[in-house]
Design a protein around this ligand. Structure first.
Ligand SMILES: C[S@@+](CC[C@H](N)C(=O)[O-])C[C@H]1O[C@@H](n2cnc3c(N)ncnc32)[C@H](O)[C@@H]1O
Length: 321
């Protein structure tokens, strides 16, 4: 574990992460907190032609590497080396919405939810909209997406991003996601809940602001909100529909324990096993943070561990019977 970073991070976080992370993935994971990552992006096929966008970016001097696993899943994903992040961010295709800069882990949730063009989809915690834009692309701008965000500044950023990306099948709502399940029960074919979380996978050694506010109490507060949001998300699903729950936190309280809460509170909830061809994954935990047993189905959720290209993530796909 890198000593400098170890000294700066909240000691309790370091201890928890060290216990959670499997030993064969630990070196890459600790390194990833310190080393700058490659920056990934998707060509936005709602607006742009991949060949011509890539030609323009290469002409501007960018070195494009294919993101093979995502391309195998049908996403036009590329990455540039860490030192080219700035140039990519300020490139013409990024400013026009022809590309969307998005972490590889963030691409996973819409992909696994796999919405179809004819469906009604709810994105319950949507801003700034990276996953909404990918949902719209997978749906070929057909069907209907309702994108919910309660924080005003972030809501307007969501609207601007959707417009810039040429998304036309989505309506944004300034609303608290916790209310949606009772306002719109059994309405949606698919629901994405990319829950507000303690953002542990965003911690960076050179950015103390990324972890300054982390405390075990913050984790518990997030978990309380997530438990209400996941029930709301599930209630908004039609019978036969699917919910994708994800966070960018490692804490079991925000992940498996939230899924376990849903399984306890809603009889029709069934976790569907996830299958991905990546080597930085482990199954979800079947013991909580106090070593008490969780439902066996929690093993069908997925933890993505960070490395030089990917951020940490937690993913669970739940069907409504
Ligand atoms: C992890 S971010 C979502 C990122 C987004 N899905 C994307 O890919 O761009 C979580 C979002 O949930 C929002 N949020 C916070 N409390 C919420 C609530 N009660 N209901 C719905 N969203 C909430 C936050 O403001 C934040 O924008």
């Amino acid at each position: 574990m890198p000593l400098l970073f170890f000294a700066m991070l909240p000691a309790e976080f370091v201890q928890r992460f060290d216990q959670l992370c499997p030993s064969h993935l630990k070196a890459a994971a600790w390194d990833s907190f310190e080393q700058p990552k490659w920056t990934s992006f998707r060509v936005n096929r709602l607006k742009a032609d991949e060949d011509s966008v890539c030609r323009d970016l290469r002409t501007a001097g960018l070195q494009l590497d294919a993101v093979d696993w995502a391309r195998d899943e049908g996403i036009a994903a590329w990455q540039v080396p860490p030192e080219q992040r700035e140039a990519l961010t300020h490139s013409a295709p990024a400013e026009s919405g022809d590309i969307y800069i998005q972490s590889q882990s963030s691409m996973l949730a819409p992909l696994l939810l796999a919405p179809r063009p004819c469906e009604r989809v709810l994105d319950l915690a949507a801003a700034p909209g990276g996953k909404t834009v990918l949902l719209a692309e997978l749906m070929e701008n057909e069907g209907a997406i309702s994108a919910v965000e309660p924080v005003k500044g972030r809501f307007f950023r969501l609207k601007a991003n959707l417009e810039r990306a040429g998304v036309s099948n989505t309506r944004a709502y300034l609303k608290d996601g916790r209310a949606v399940g009772s306002l719109k029960p059994a309405t949606f074919d698919r629901v994405l809940l990319d829950a507000p979380c303690s953002s542990e996978s965003r911690f960076r050694a050179d950015d103390p602001a990324s972890y300054r506010h982390w405390t075990p109490r913050k984790v518990s507060e997030c978990a309380r909100k997530q438990k209400r949001l996941i029930l709301s998300a599930f209630d908004a699903l039609k019978a036969g529909g699917s919910l994708l729950y994800c966070t960018c936190s490692y804490a079991p309280e925000e992940n498996e324990m939230v899924v376990a809460h849903l399984l306890r509170k809603r009889e029709g909830a069934r976790v569907r096993p996830l299958n991905l061809a990546l080597d930085n994954l482990t199954p979800g935990l079947t013991r909580d943070s106090k070593q008490r047993p969780l439902p066996d189905a929690c093993a069908d959720t997925l933890r993505v561990w960070p490395n030089s290209c990917m951020d940490g993530f937690f993913l669970a796909l739940v069907d409504k019977g």
